[in-house]
Design a binder for this molecule. Structure first.
Ligand SMILES: Cc1cc2nc3c(=O)[nH]c(=O)nc-3n(C[C@H](O)[C@H](O)[C@H](O)COP(=O)(O)OP(=O)(O)OC[C@H]3O[C@@H](n4cnc5c(N)ncnc54)[C@H](O)[C@@H]3O)c2cc1C
Length: 432
């Protein structure tokens, strides 16, 4: 005998759990099926979540969510073989706790909290169960799932399976991930202890740093590194296009290692204890990776599975967009339910809601960015040029060095003329 629910949500990441939260808030009885032993346990996450989306929908979250540190310092480093150039943005004005716009967190803890919030509203969360198939009825409507060999029926299915889109591929709505728009992320968690982190980064207990890197340890590879301070830990990692991983014949373990040992990073994590290493796919295609139809008869697709993730090179935003898409999916299902319908045409309201939301406003605005970030010059040449020029400016001895000739020589040795730079500038203007 099969069970029946209003809505089955496949995947207990931020997108699936928030879908369940908002559905339960509207009086539905959704069930979230998560293959990991607990929600979020299968994901890799650098570590920063933007507050605005929680401020809107989760009253009191700042007091109860598992916040590691509020991000007060933002850093962007261009790293070379042994030097680095860093831009440091600090919010000096003392802010109240409810004024910080982002915080660091472990995704597993955060999704654990989100899961509790969804359950408080009346949703059911079933971890440790993998959905193998979406069941279609005779008219082609999604009408249930098969999880661990058991059929579970539902009026609506929400696919929140993240970036590994096996079910969407089976359903024929997504093809295999493309090398050019898929990236591999690696992350290490290093234990340093709260006091040591505060000392090394110049922080109070609750203050945090978000630090991005290009160049240096990544040796001309299109991608970037990150470092976040958690309460007792520092997470470091990198996100690199799959096409680059193949082309350069490097392993992600090497990349993580080189990143950790680079002087710009090593001084922060030295003598720390490596607690965890993980790797995970992510998307980098922006609007190009978004599903044309994140809806169909009886189903909707949310979060990473639908392509709602934005990597700007200095921020990765997946969690806030996932939560927003969950809210909109709940809205669309509620509307369709009121009309007693579940056909694709009725559920297409979801796409319209997404297009009017913060999700599309961001993806549209940054639509040219993924192409711009493919520019090898950014990773191969510009870091070296920046270090050479600033290295000259800040080196004083008996020799006379003017910066301009050094810049010209550096550009020449990298085969870059003014025309290339001007083109790059124009592309940047359209992209960032
Ligand atoms: C290295 C790295 C760093 C990142 N850093 C950040 C960051 O700092 N800030 C940020 O906002 N975003 C970041 N992201 C992106 C962010 O993690 C994702 O955008 C976000 O987790 C998407 O949520 P989701 O619920 O759509 O997918 P996921 O979090 O991937 O959740 C999908 C869930 O579905 C489950 N699942 C999949 N298939 C099945 C199945 N068949 N049956 C049952 N369960 C299934 C999975 O186990 C998983 O728990 C990062 C990503 C990577 C790879």
């Amino acid at each position: 005998m099969s069970e029946k629910f209003d809505v089955v949500v496949v995947g207990g990441g931020p997108a699936g759990l928030s879908t369940a939260y908002f559905l339960a808030e509207k009086g539905f009885e959704p069930v979230v099926i998560e293959r990991g032993p607990e929600p979020g346990s299968k994901n890799v996450f650098g570590g920063r979540i933007y507050s605005y989306v929680l401020d809107k929908y989760f009253p009191g979250w700042r007091k109860e969510a598992p916040i590691e540190r509020w991000v007060r310092k933002e850093r962007m480093s261009i790293t070379c073989e042994s030097d680095s150039v860093t831009l440091d943005y600090v919010k000096h004005k003392p802010l109240k706790e409810d004024e910080y716009d982002s915080f660091t967190a472990f995704l597993s803890k955060f999704t654990g909290w989100l899961s509790e919030k969804a359950e408080e509203k009346g949703a059911m969360v079933l971890p440790g169960s993998r959905v193998e198939d979406i069941v279609l009825n005779d008219q082609g409507y999604a009408s249930g799932v098969v999880a661990d060999g058991e059929k579970i029926e539902a009026d609506y299915i929400v696919i929140a399976e993240g970036v590994n889109t096996l079910l969407s591929e089976k359903l024929g709505i997504r093809s295999k991930p493309r090398l050019e728009t898929t990236a591999l992320g690696v992350k290490e968690v290093i234990r340093l202890g709260k006091e040591e982190i505060n000392k090394r980064f110049g922080l109070e207990d609750w203050e945090g740093v978000a630090h991005f890197f290009i160049g240096g340890p990544l040796k001309g590879i299109a991608g970037g590194g990150f470092l976040y301070t958690m309460g007792e830990y520092v997470t470091i990692g990198a996100v690199v296009r799959l096409s680059e991983v193949n082309r350069k014949e490097i392993t992600m373990k090497d990349i993580a290692e080189q990143l950790r040992l680079h002087p710009a990073i090593y001084r922060y994590v030295k003598d720390g204890v490596l607690m965890e290493y993980s790797a995970h796919l992510t998307r980098e295609g922006g609007l190009l990776d978004v599903l044309e139809k994140p809806y169909g008869p009886g189903y909707l697709v949310v979060g990473d599975a639908a392509g709602f993730i934005l990597n700007t090179g200095f921020t990765i935003r997946g969690v806030d967009l996932a939560i927003e898409s969950g809210r909109l999916a709940a809205e669309a299902i509620s509307k369709a339910h009121e009309e007693g319908k579940r056909d694709a045409e009725t559920l297409s309201v979801y796409k319209r809601l997404v297009e009017e939301s913060v999700i599309y406003r961001n993806l549209r605005e940054y639509r040219n960015l993924p192409k711009f970030l493919e520019n090898e010059v950014l990773y191969r040449d510009l870091p070296d040029i920046a270090c050479e020029v600033l290295g000259t400016a800040y080196t004083t001895d008996e020799e006379v060095r003017r910066i301009y000739p050094v810049l010209m020589n550096s550009l020449k040795s990298h085969g870059l003329g003014w025309i290339t730079l001007f083109k790059l500038f124009l592309e940047a203007r359209r992209s960032i």
